[in-house]
Ligand binder design. Structure first.
Ligand SMILES: [Zn+2]
Ligand SMILES: [Zn+2]
Length: 249
């Protein structure tokens, strides 16, 4: 039986060699692999979001504005504060991150949540971040049900479950998406907030009154989605809200 298994797995290796999902390099040798899905080179070359970036939208700060550098809040966010207290995007939207997210989300590879969440965990450690430890519940950004059926899984939920396993913090699906909003990427930034307005509803099965929540999203762009999610959760009694994203788009 063992021999059969071994022969089969050797066969599978020949037919489907283990290669990096980003650069296609052979990763059968553990010395060159980050995990079972990507190579160590791609993992280390992933573009990080600059340290000097806005703590509410992750937009890099130029350094020319003293107020921005002192507060780590960009002029736009200081004029229009969100209901959450901080946002951390682990990576910038570089070639490697883009490729990995594409494989994960659009090529239906939910198992890559393991790789993405491990990379996120590494970044949090590097930054000595207390985002995961100082939270009570993890809340994923929901997908509209029809969209989820099409994609077969919710990428934010998949990441939330993995981050929960690392941290022991429970996931509560506190939000439901009740409107199939237009893709944010197709809209001008002023229309994005309008597009998200009323897109979420609270799920009545969970109570988060007085709790510290950590919202998980795979990619944040203009923050319109997480702003709307935070507005609903804060309005229903959350003590505080933070945002954690894999990348800043
Ligand atoms: Zn690679
Ligand atoms: Zn900002």
């Amino acid at each position: 039986m063992y021999r059969l298994k071994r022969t089969l797995s050797a066969f599978v290796d020949i037919l489907f060699p283990k290669t990096c999902h980003i650069c296609s390099k052979d990763i059968r040798n553990p010395a060159v692999s980050f995990d079972a899905y990507i190579c160590a080179g791609c993992a280390s070359e992933m573009e990080k979001n600059p340290i000097v970036s806005c703590s509410l939208c992750a937009e890099p700060l130029t350094g020319e504005d003293e107020f921005e550098i002192q507060s780590l809040i960009c002029r736009n966010c200081s004029k229009d504060r969100p209901e959450y207290k901080n946002l951390f995007a682990c990576y910038a939207y570089g070639d490697k991150t883009k490729e990995l997210i594409h494989r994960f989300k659009y090529e239906n590879r939910p198992y890559l949540a393991k790789t993405l969440s491990q990379l996120m965990r590494n970044r949090l450690k590097e930054e000595n971040s207390v985002l995961l430890s100082e939270t009570d519940y993890i809340v994923p950004i929901p997908l509209y049900p029809a969209r989820q059926r099409e994609r077969e899984f919710n990428q934010s939920n998949a990441l939330a479950i993995k981050l929960s396993a690392f941290s022991g913090k429970p996931v509560i699906p506190a939000l439901k998406k009740i409107r199939n909003t237009r893709p944010q990427a197709s809209l001008k930034s002023k229309d994005r907030l309008k597009n998200m307005n009323g897109a979420f509803r609270l799920s009545t099965e969970y109570s988060h009154k007085g709790k510290r929540l950590l919202i998980i999203d795979d990619v944040v762009t203009t923050t319109a989605t997480v702003r709307e999610a935070a507005r609903i959760l804060k309005g229903s009694g959350a003590a505080s809200i933070s945002i954690l994203a894999f990348a800043k788009g």
